[in-house]
Design a binder for this molecule. Structure first.
Ligand SMILES: Nc1nc2c(ncn2[C@@H]2O[C@H](COP(=O)(O)OP(=O)(O)OP(=O)(O)O)[C@@H](O)[C@H]2O)c(=O)[nH]1
Ligand SMILES: [Mg+2]
Length: 330
């Protein structure tokens, strides 16, 4: 059974109410919180059929609704919309399923990417293109990125378009996956790095934009059988969080998959959990408490909150949210 949880907005509201700020200050913060709470985040997942879009959505977020394909037919037939409170996820049907289908796919992308919200701002905050890292012929994918997505997004694509090289575990023939550690061996790591560079180069040549693909594995679960845990999912999440405008970021916090196993295996380049938490905290600080401008921001007080910041990434955010106002104001 799922335990009843308060939303991050509710926790922040409680925190503000319980603080010893003046009534005026409390009201000021509450009205900022209300403004933040009204913002929705829209993320669009695109990419070839079978690349793992639905699997990635399921791994990242608290949802078992984006159906994962098991057969040969593309599972996702239309542009699916999943709404998790303030987070809206668009999962697209399998591209690369015949010429006519691809034409429709492009049209659908152009339509969605041209849509604006009531303030005239593009509806889609972030596009995540999922690529199967084992695919040799990425022609259709490059066309989609260089000729459809980037022209729609313009220069903004450099910050609002992410490319995920998924299925890192099976990207190469042979056994190059270290099952125990759930990481690639050196040969596979080198292969993934070269793959990432080659995708980056093709986009640069085609559009002049610099976009660095992220290698990861969304994992999989066979019914009653084998299972592979995600790898570098925290890294991917970190880049997603940072690509979302600050005042909208909290919409993600409540919907991150709270199965801690999802967030266990990452490369050791950086502490992505910590960086992700900071990304969320920055949002609370900048947009609700406005502590930064008052010079009262004391990072170590918050990030040191004992015992609360372990477990899933989400747990960390909750841990931080509770007491955040106090900690920020000393
Ligand atoms: N080994 C491995 N398999 C994966 C990974 N991600 C996805 N898969 C498998 O790849 C297959 C396709 O995954 P989906 O998530 O359905 O792909 P999709 O992009 O949503 O496909 P369409 O909806 O048809 O466009 C499924 O059998 C997944 O279990 C991964 O990281 N590693
Ligand atoms: Mg799908």
């Amino acid at each position: 059974m799922k335990k009843e949880k308060k939303s991050i907005y509710e926790l922040l509201e409680e925190d503000i109410m319980e603080s010893d700020l003046s009534l005026g200050e409390k009201n000021e913060k509450l009205s900022r919180l209300i403004k933040i709470r009204s913002k929705k985040v829209n993320i669009l997942f695109a990419g070839a059929t079978g690349s793992g879009k639905s699997s990635t959505i399921n791994a990242l977020f608290n949802m078992e609704v984006a159906r994962v394909g098991v057969g040969v037919d593309p599972e996702t037939q239309g542009l699916d919309r999943f709404e998790l409170e303030n987070l809206v996820i668009w999962d697209s049907p399998g591209m690369g399923d015949g010429f006519e289908n691809d034409e429709n796919y492009s049209r659908m992308l152009v339509e969605k990417l041209s849509e604006t919200d009531e303030e005239g701002v593009p509806l889609i905050d972030l596009v995540l293109v999922v690529i199967d890292a084992s695919t040799k012929d990425l022609m259709t994918t490059y066309e989609m990125i260089n000729d459809v997505i980037i022209p729609c997004m313009g220069q903004e694509a450099e910050s609002r378009l992410l490319i995920g090289l998924n299925q890192a575990d099976v990207a190469m023939k042979g056994t190059h996956w270290l099952t125990e550690k759930n990481v690639p061996d050196d040969i596979l790591l080198d292969f993934l790095e070269r793959k990432s560079q080659s995708v980056q180069r093709r986009i640069l040549e085609g559009t002049g934009l610099h976009i660095r693909p992220i290698n990861y594995c969304a994992g999989y679960k066979e019914e009653g059988g084998q299972q592979r845990m995600p790898y570098n999912l925290t890294k991917l999440l970190y880049h997603i969080v940072m690509a979302i405008p600050g005042e909208k970021r909290l919409a993600l916090a409540d919907n991150i998959n709270d199965d801690a196993d999802m967030w266990t295996f990452d490369d050791q380049e950086e502490d992505y959990k910590e960086m992700t938490r900071r990304g969320f905290f920055q949002c609370i600080g900048d947009y609700i408490t406005l502590c930064a401008e008052r010079g009262k921001y004391r990072g170590e007080d918050i990030f040191g909150l004992p015992g609360k910041i372990f477990g899933s990434v989400l747990g960390g955010v909750y841990g931080m949210a509770k007491g955040a106002v106090e900690a920020l104001f000393g």
